[in-house]
Every structure is written in structure tokens, then in C-alpha cells.
Design a protein around this ligand. Sequence first.
Ligand code: AHG
Ligand code: MN
Ligand code: MN
Length: 331
Amino acid sequence: MQFEEGTTLDRFLMESLRDHPEASGQFVNLLNQVTLAGKLVAARVNRAGLAGMFGATGQMNIQGEYVQKMDIYANETFKRALEHAGVVCMIVSEEEDAPIGIPAPFVPGHYVFCMDPLDGSSNIDTNASIGTIFCAFRRKSDPSGPPTAEDALRSGREIVLAGYIVYGAGTVLVLSTGKGVHGFTLDPTVGEFFLSHPDIRLEPSTKSYSCNEAYSAQWDPRLRAWLEARKEPSLGWSSRYIGSLVGDFHRNLVKGGIFLYPPSQKAKAGKLRLLYEGFPLAFLVEAAGGAASDGQQAILDKVPKSLHERSPLYIGNRDEVASITEALRGD
Ligand code: AHG
Ligand code: MN
Ligand code: MN
């Protein structure tokens, strides 16, 4: 299906769902609530320095990280937009120890929503790209009872929707239901997302890498050798690293690149969380023709044992993910 410039997100969704008569209105409504929350967070991010939104709250979250004011604002905004809309039965958030149920009098819906409400917190005060990352599953448990942990602790292959909103020079929503990856740019003058990146596809390989090389002395020596080999000048590789996963991933999705966050002394299982960072981006990258691995297996083949489980993450053009996984095989 071809879409021309100027296609709004609403029109894109209506036409995409035309061959899904079984799709309930809940899917479109879920996305409408996500985009509403995204617009509200974007407006606050763009004025963060003026709205007293810089800096930390002084609290520490379950991740052992200092919570920034913007983390809380984004978390509350997405929760409020979703909990009353009758579209989700449970919300898993990086900022919440336990899953959030749907409070009475609101009615639970079909979907389990997993989110990193504000990714790249260390960059909030620096005006570098930050974002919201999310994925959704259809509820598995009996809808007549309360949702269960099994509704969220499941294979990445059961994801039905994944996406992110990157709050950068512009606000861009990138999403996929598994068939193609599409980007929509917010026109703040009219408050509407318009199709700007139809059918994003990744080339088989790249010559750009993203990682925090300060930790490379702590990596598996085979990984260090993999990276050093690519610094041979005649190969023409470059490096880009923002320090916001969502910003680094978006650049790599649009221009090609391999992102690496290996285990380190400080983060023995890797730093990034599987359910609301690794899974959504792995779903998107595979839908765009790329790959995502933890060094041993495909990220989407994993089943988290706990909500905030961390995982090593190697994600981007498929040839580089394959060669890293090959280098690390048999850990
Ligand atoms: P979050 O702000 O949601 O905690 O995520 C931060 C993550 C991710 O955005 C980024 O790739 C990574 O932290 C950067 O880690 P280092 O500062 O260790 O490089
Ligand atoms: Mn994050
Ligand atoms: Mn976060």
C-alpha cells in the first residue's frame, strides 16, 4: 500500500486496518492515546528549561537510578492517557516497580502496554535527543479476572505493536505492527503527525557503530577484537554515540548503524531492559530488515523472567549483528 506525503497518522491507520476487519477500535484508540501523550511530553520537553523540568527529583527508582523530573512527567502522562481509555489491562513502566492495573471506574482493554516513558534521562538537561519507547502485547489471561504477570513475561515474538517517539530537533513517531516500519513527524503548528518516513528499510550492512567505548576494557575480549578490527582506516568505519538509546537507534534506523551495549563490570547482564527497550527496538529493526541479538540469541526469542530484566543488546544492520553473534558464540 502506497501513501503519499501529507498522510496523517489517522488516515494511515484507517487504511492499514482496512484488511483487518477483525481489528477492534481499541487498536486505533491505543495509538491515539499514545500519540496524545507523546504530544504532551514533546511540548514539555521543548520547554523543559523554562518549565522547571530540568534536574532530578531526588528519588531513586527500582533500577537504582536517580529519577529526573521529566521521567516522572512522562510516566504520569502516558499512564493517564492510557488508563481511562479502555484499551489496556496493564501497564509495565521502567519507572514503576510493579505493573499498573486499571483503576475503577475505568474499564480494562485488550492490550498490555510496556514502556520506557523517558529514555535518555542523562540527556534531558543537554537538549540532546530523548524519547519514549513502547511495545504492546494482546492480553493472554482470562479477561473476567485480573491481569497476571504472564501477560507481560512472554516471548518478544508475541508483540503486536512497537514504536518510539523521539523528542529531538523534531518529534518523530516510528511504529510497526510487524509489516513495515513507518515514521511520522509532528507538525506542532497543527498538532498532527504526518507520514515522513514511509517503509523504512535497513541495508544488509553498515560501517557505523554506536557504543560507550569507555567500558570497552570491561568487554568480552572477542568483542573488543571485533571492534578493533573495524578501525582499520581502509575500511572507512565511523562512530556515533549520543548516549540516548532512542536517539542512537533512530539515527541507525534511518542511516544504518550497529548499536552495542555489552555486559560490563557495572552492568553484568547489560544495562538495557529487555521488556521496554530491547523488545520494542528489536521488533522494529527486524520489521525493517535488520537484526537484534544478546550475543547468543535473537532478542525477540527471549522470555523475560522479571519485568525489569536486563540484557546485552547488539542491534542494527543484520550482517554486523550476525558477525558479532558469531564472534561471541559459545560464551
Ligand atoms: P534511561 O534514561 O531510560 O535510563 O536509559 C538510558 C540508557 C539508554 O538510553 C542509553 O543507551 C544508555 O542508558 C546510555 O548508557 P551509558 O551512559 O552507560 O552509555
Ligand atoms: Mn531507557
Ligand atoms: Mn527511562
